[in-house]
Ligand binder design. Structure first.
Ligand code: GAR
Length: 191
């Protein structure tokens, strides 16, 4: 049995999509949603989905102990970052080796690193006149957006696209590919 915790800082549309995808799965369950923001919309989604959601301040994530305790309490053995904006502490990475994955809304190694999240990424992509963008799903290590890549998918960016257009295309890729990439990563680790 794989018990997943999803970490999310904002709207949580990916969290909801992932929870829907696994709702009928008896081997992989979304057991917990963790956020660093008490007013994040992901909590509303969690309520609707019947999944417990908790908030911890930045300091608790940096320190790691309390978060690790709660993950153990819930029997969590896999962590998905879906729009989670804080750095994951070394203690969590050590406790969950190759068991934490993140989605980034661009084609890493481009447009990654500290401060590169959500709309900032799409604005930078448009400002640079890129012809394509996409998504990167990767393992999480101590450095922002630098863990081993698991999966990438691309979309076109046209000269008339705004950052909002690009965000929409990228979200579509995320909804289509992220749940399946999570499932494949979990299944291949069990082989
Ligand atoms: C997603 O596009 C995700 O790729 C991005 O935040 C968005 C969250 O949307 N993550 C990052 O930028 C991480 N660096 P959601 O809350 O609706 O799922």
């Amino acid at each position: 049995m794989t018990n997943i915790a999803i970490f999310a800082s904002g709207s949580g549309s990916n969290a909801e999509n992932i929870a829907d995808y696994f709702s009928e799965n008896s081997d992989i369950r979304i057991c917990l949603i963790v956020s660093n923001k008490a007013d994040a919309f992901v909590h509303e989604r969690a309520k609707k989905l019947g999944i417990p959601s908790l908030t911890y301040p930045k300091s608790e994530f940096e320190e790691g102990t309390r978060v690790l305790e709660i993950l153990r309490e819930y029997g969590i053995n896999f962590i998905v970052l879906a729009g989670f904006l804080l750095k994951i502490p070394g203690s969590l990475i050590e406790a969950y080796p190759r068991k934490i994955v993140n989605i980034h809304p661009a084609l890493l190694p481009k447009y990654g690193g500290k401060g590169m999240y959500g709309e900032h990424v799409h604005k930078a992509v448009v400002a640079a006149g890129e012809k394509e963008s996409g998504i990167t799903i990767h393992y999480v290590n101590e450095h922002y957006d630098e863990g081993q890549v698991i999966f990438q998918a691309k979309c076109d960016v046209s000269p008339t696209d705004t950052p909002e257009n690009v965000a929409q295309k990228v979200h579509e890729l995320e909804y289509r590919h992220f749940p399946e990439a999570i499932e494949k990563t979990i299944l291949s680790a069990q082989k």
